[in-house]
Design a protein around this ligand. Structure first.
Ligand SMILES: [Zn+2]
Length: 255
C-alpha cells in the first residue's frame, strides 16, 4: 500500500482551492466483506485516482458462520485477517475495527457519538455507507449502520455535538458528499470495468465467506446489470447525496 498516493490529477476542484492534500474517502459498513461484495470496484477506482481510503467496520462478523465448530473469537480473528487482506489488494490505507457484536448494532446516541469521533479523526471528503432507506433490507446491522453513519455525518460538523471530543487538536468536520451503497434508488453509477478483476480478487480474500465460484459469478452478473444502466461492461450503483455545498468544494472525482 502506498502511504502517499499522488493527488488525483483529474480533480481540478481540489487544486482550484489550493488544497493539495489527497482527498479522503471513508467507507462505514457493518461486516467484513460488505464493501468487497457491494462496491469494491469503486474503492479500487478511488485508490487509483489518488484518493486515500479508510475502512470503518462496526462489527468483525463474529456470528458469520454456519459451522457448528466455529466460535466468535475464531471468527473475529479469521474475518479481520480476511478484511485486512482484501484491503491490501484494493490499496485501502487504514482499517478501523469497532468490534460491536454481529447482529446487535443499534441506532443509538452512543454509536452515533462513536462514529462522529471516527469522522472527526479521519476527516473524509466522501463517506460511503449503506442506504438506510433501502426497502426490505433484512440485516439489522446494515440498517443501523447506514442510519447512524448519516446521523454521525450530521453531528460531526457542528461543535455543539459532543464538545468533549474537541480537545487535543480534534475539531468539527464537514463531510461534503455521501454515497449510499446497497440502494434501491440509484442516481449515480461508477464504471468499474477496469477494476472488475481487482474487485473479484478482493472478494476472494474473504475465504471463510466465499464457498463457490457461483458467488463470484453472481457478483459479476450484478456488476454487468449495473453497467447496462450506463452503457459500460461493469458498474456499481449508488445514491449520491450532496451535503449542501457548492460543487467547487466537493472534491469529487472527475469520472
Ligand atoms: Zn453485512
Amino acid at each position: 500500500m502506498a502511504s502517499q498516493p499522488p493527488t488525483n490529477p483529474t480533480t481540478p476542484a481540489a487544486s482550484a482551492l489550493g488544497d493539495t492534500t489527497p482527498p479522503r474517502v471513508m467507507a462505514i459498513f457493518a461486516h467484513p466483506d460488505d464493501v468487497e461484495f457491494i462496491c469494491s470496484g469503486t474503492i479500487a477506482r478511488f485508490v487509483t485516482s489518488g484518493y486515500r481510503v479508510q475502512y470503518v467496520l462496526a462489527t468483525s462478523g463474529d456470528k458469520g458462520s454456519d459451522d457448528p465448530a466455529a466460535t466468535p473469537e475464531y471468527l473475529v480473528a479469521t474475518r479481520e485477517a480476511e478484511q485486512l487482506a482484501a484491503a491490501r489488494i484494493l490499496g485501502v490505507e487504514e482499517v478501523t475495527f469497532l468490534r460491536h457484536h454481529d447482529g446487535e448494532v443499534e441506532v443509538s446516541i452512543p454509536f452515533r457519538r462513536e462514529l462522529a469521533k471516527v469522522i472527526r479523526e479521519g476527516r473524509p471528503d466522501i463517506v460511503l455507507t449503506f442506504d438506510p432507506w433501502q426497502r426490505y433490507q433484512i440485516h439489522p446491522d446494515h440498517r443501523a449502520v447506514g442510519q447512524t453513519a448519516l446521523d454521525a455525518v450530521a453531528a460531526a460538523r457542528d461543535h455543539m455535538y459532543y464538545p468533549d471530543q474537541l480537545t487535543d487538536g480534534l475539531s468539527e468536520h464537514r463531510v461534503h458528499n455521501v454515497y449510499f451503497f446497497a440502494t434501491d434508488n440509484p442516481n449515480y453509477y461508477v464504471d468499474i470495468t477496469a477494476h472488475m478483476e481487482t474487485k473479484l480478487a478482493a472478494v476472494r480474500a474473504h475465504t471463510s465467506q466465499v464457498k463457490s465460484e457461483a458467488t463470484l459469478e453472481w457478483i459479476r452478473a450484478r456488476a454487468r446489470a449495473a453497467g447496462q444502466e450506463i452503457g459500460v461492461e461493469y458498474a456499481e450503483a449508488f445514491h449520491y447525496l450532496p451535503m449542501m455545498r457548492p460543487p467547487a468544494l466537493k472534491r469529487l472525482p472527475n469520472w
